[in-house]
Design a binder for this molecule. Structure first.
Ligand code: ADP
Ligand code: MG
Length: 704
């Protein structure tokens, strides 16, 4: 042991050779000692417990272990490719089996009759008994019994193979374990029979038994959950103290007045949600409400109801959307909805002309406009409101916590604006309550009447011509189609409010556009829409599609959110394997908005597991069920960025698979915070650090 403990932030190059460190940084994004320590294996190869030879070949997939004494060995060189083949006959207590190696000429000097060896590989059954195609073997010395080992499997890349990662971590681990690591309170450790922290970090990388690896994982997952749950509990405890807001109470007949001006009746769910929201807004405490509703469930109307109440209370409202296309569409819809109520609306966009912007900003600062609709351009310093009392954020997962907060600080007179965040990415309620601990939750769980579900098919790339033939048939019937191209670089795009797209994504969209225009549909009108086009061209492309001057619109995922063209009845999604199910469901929601039967075709490479995954969408149209399935398959997958900043950035935990452990951690966290709201007691030092260490605290500080 060295005298000085290792700081978690110690650069990797001080721990492993600089060249290696550079490779780990480039390939895996690992920068510090802590990063390497917490680069956890995602599974293990269990090389313990050999299967008795009479039972070998009992599994259909994967490798098996066997151990025995060498009875005879044969070395051959296969014709043609001079490939060495080694065959050994082995005996164990249950009988005999053969082991076969290819391309290992050195075995000639290694294997001897009478040796005890351990082998691992895929097993084939043959007339002469089971045959192990060896991927790995160990020779055991006289008198030694090989107990096997459990090998960690880490995420690898082409340039940084598993073997290197394993070797580097194994070697660095003693040093890494010098990082000061806090223990959990003893009573919690005992209650859940958890490994001590340092022991868990060792065992997760270098377990001697599978059971030890699992116990180590359990300890780490519990810690991740406890951090999240503590953050949530503290936020809840603090909510009573958050800033005041302008109370806006809705007159009894406002709901009727609203409904009278609509071309349709409100759904029961819309009415309930509007009541919940107006109830919050009537309080002198800032509303902080999350509105979840599937695509097409009518969230815009709820936003209109909020803006209407703010206007009546003499305050202003701002609605922020992630893309210009969507902001404009909101502006068009909301101005229409709110026109009968005399609510003046302004639009604030990045790509807007200087004059239009100056005018819009003038009306916001002098208070003559009641509702500002825009993109993150609303957050700029020169956007000043006279009396901002309500902030509405659409598709909030496209924005960071920081951006949301910047809108909140634009409140006036020491008040916070009431805040409504809307999302079409539904999260099962129990999870949502945990992840969005500082938000109240409203759910629209009912679609407006008369919707027919979108008929969905998953197909493979070799059927693309059939897909185009289908699109053509629909177009001949007067319908329109979206063709969505891969979202390469999508994640980069999210950081910037969704409007940045990678060059690769745009190149791909353009390539598909060219193919469709010149080869597939030379006689049809094909349009192109991507995030890097100038705002004016984007608008033109969208407008042409809306007017049905374009039959097939090739688009990157800029169409994902909110675009509403009733005559579009086909959605083709290329490279569907790149998206989470929830996101595919979102895209699918762009069609099925009119009377015609709509279709969604998911095109992916021919891969069994992938087809199975996509079939979930064939079977169900329930956004919540899909989100849950997505969570199960991808861990926090789509929740990254959905949740309060990094709150759900777990390294190991999966909110669905490990939910029982989450429930326990949450109960523990609630009890701890009830007894010690600020975590001031000495035995809670470790917990304070648990919060401070993760990104959880960052999210906490910014949002409270
Ligand atoms: P989303 O929740 O995806 O934002 P929108 O607010 O865009 O959904 O609504 C989808 C469509 O449903 C719009 O065309 C809207 O006019 C319509 N709509 C909303 N509420 C109702 C309702 N109560 N009855 C009938 N149609 C409705
Ligand atoms: Mg919407």
């Amino acid at each position: 042991m060295r005298a000085v403990a290792l700081a978690p932030q110690t650069p990797l190059r001080e721990i492993i050779p600089a060249e290696r460190a550079a490779l780990f940084e480039r390939e895996l994004g690992l920068l510090s000692a802590y990063d390497l320590l917490t680069y956890f294996p995602y599974r293990y190869e269990d090389l313990t417990a050999p299967t008795p030879s009479n039972l070998l070949g009992g599994v259909l997939e994967g490798e098996e272990n066997a151990a025995g004494t060498v009875i005879s060995v044969k070395h051959q060189f296969l014709a043609g490719r001079a490939r060495a083949k080694t065959t050994a006959l082995l005996r164990d207590d249950a009988g005999a089996f053969t082991a076969v190696w290819f391309g290992r000429p050195y075995l000639r000097n290694q294997l001897r009759e009478g040796m005890q060896i351990f082998v691992r590989g895929r097993v084939q059954r043959s007339f002469s008994g089971p045959q192990v195609n060896v991927s790995l073997h160990r020779v055991t010395r006289d008198g030694e019994t090989y107990d096997g080992e459990v090998l960690p499997v880490y995420g690898q890349t082409a340039r940084l193979p598993l073997k290197t990662i394993r070797a580097v971590i194994r070697k660095a681990l003693p040093r890494l374990l010098e990082i000061p690591i806090d223990e959990l309170p003893e009573d919690l450790q005992r209650k859940h029979a958890l490994l001590p922290t340092r022991e868990a970090y060792r065992a997760i990388h270098l377990p001697t038994r599978m059971s030890e690896a699992l116990a180590a994982r359990r300890r780490v997952i519990y810690g991740e959950f406890l951090g999240l749950a503590l953050g949530a509990a503290i936020k809840r405890a603090q909510r009573a103290f958050t800033g005041g807001a302008l109370p806006m109470s809705a007159p009894d007949d406002l709901m009727d007045e609203l409904e009278r001006q609509l071309p349709f009746a409100l759904t029961g769910a819309q009415r309930r949600v509007i009541r919940e929201m107006w109830g919050d807004m009537a309080l002198p405490q800032a509303m902080n409400r999350l509105l979840q509703g599937d695509v097409g469930s009518g969230k815009t109307l709820v936003a209109a109801a909020a803006a209407l109440l703010a206007h009546r209370a003499g305050a202003q409202a701002a609605l922020m959307a992630p893309t210009e296309i969507l902001a404009r569409q909101h502006a068009a819809k909301l101005s229409t909805l709110l026109l009968p109520f005399g609510v003046p609306v302004e639009v604030v966009l990045g790509g807007q002309g200087a004059k239009a912007r100056r005018e819009a900003l003038g009306h916001l600062v002098d208070g003559s406009a009641s509702l500002a609709i825009g993109t993150h351009a609303l957050l700029e310093d020169d956007v000043v409101f006279a009396r901002l009392g309500l902030a509405i954020i659409d598709e909030q997962h496209k924005f960071g916590v920081q951006q949301r907060m910047r809108l909140r600080v634009k409140g006036y007179g020491g008040n916070l604006p009431h805040t409504l965040v809307m999302t079409a990415t539904p999260i099962p309620r129990t999870l949502a309550q945990s992840l969005y601990a500082d938000l109240d939750l409203s759910v629209i769980d009912e679609l407006p009447p008369g919707r027919t579900p979108v008929r969905t098919r998953a197909t493979t790339e070799d059927h693309k011509l059939d897909v185009w033939a289908f699109v053509r048939k629909q177009v001949e019937r007067g319908r329109q189609a979206y063709v969505v191209t891969p979202s390469i670089g999508l994640d980069n795009g999210r950081k910037n409010g969704g409007e940045e797209e990678s060059k690769a994504a745009i190149a791909r969209a353009t390539e598909v556009y060219d193919e469709l225009t010149h080869q597939i549909f030379p006689d049809l009108r094909v349009g192109l829409l991507h995030g890097k086009m100038p705002a004016r061209e984007k608008d033109e492309a969208m407008a042409a599609f809306t007017r049905n001057e374009v039959s097939v619109l090739v688009a990157t995922t800029v169409v994902e959110v909110g675009v509403d063209v009733a005559n579009a009845s086909v959605m083709v999604i290329l490279d569907a394997q790149r998206y989470g199910l929830a996101q595919l469901h979102q895209l699918r929601g762009r069609v099925g908005r009119g009377a015609a039967t709509s279709f969604c075709i998911l095109v992916a490479p021919d891969d069994h597991a992938e087809s199975e995954r996509l079939r979930v969408l064939e079977r169900t149209a329930d956004g919540f069920a899909i989100a849950e399935e997505d969570l199960r398959l991808r861990g926090t997958g789509d929740l990254r960025g959905t949740a309060q900043s990094g709150a759900a950035n777990f390294k190991l935990a999966n909110l669905v698979a490990d939910f029982h452990l989450y429930a326990e951690a949450k109960a523990d966290a609630d009890a701890v915070v009830a007894a010690d709201p600020q975590l001031e007691r000495p035995e809670h030092n470790g917990l304070r650090h648990l919060l401070a260490a993760g990104e959880t605290l960052q999210a906490l500080v910014v949002s409270s």
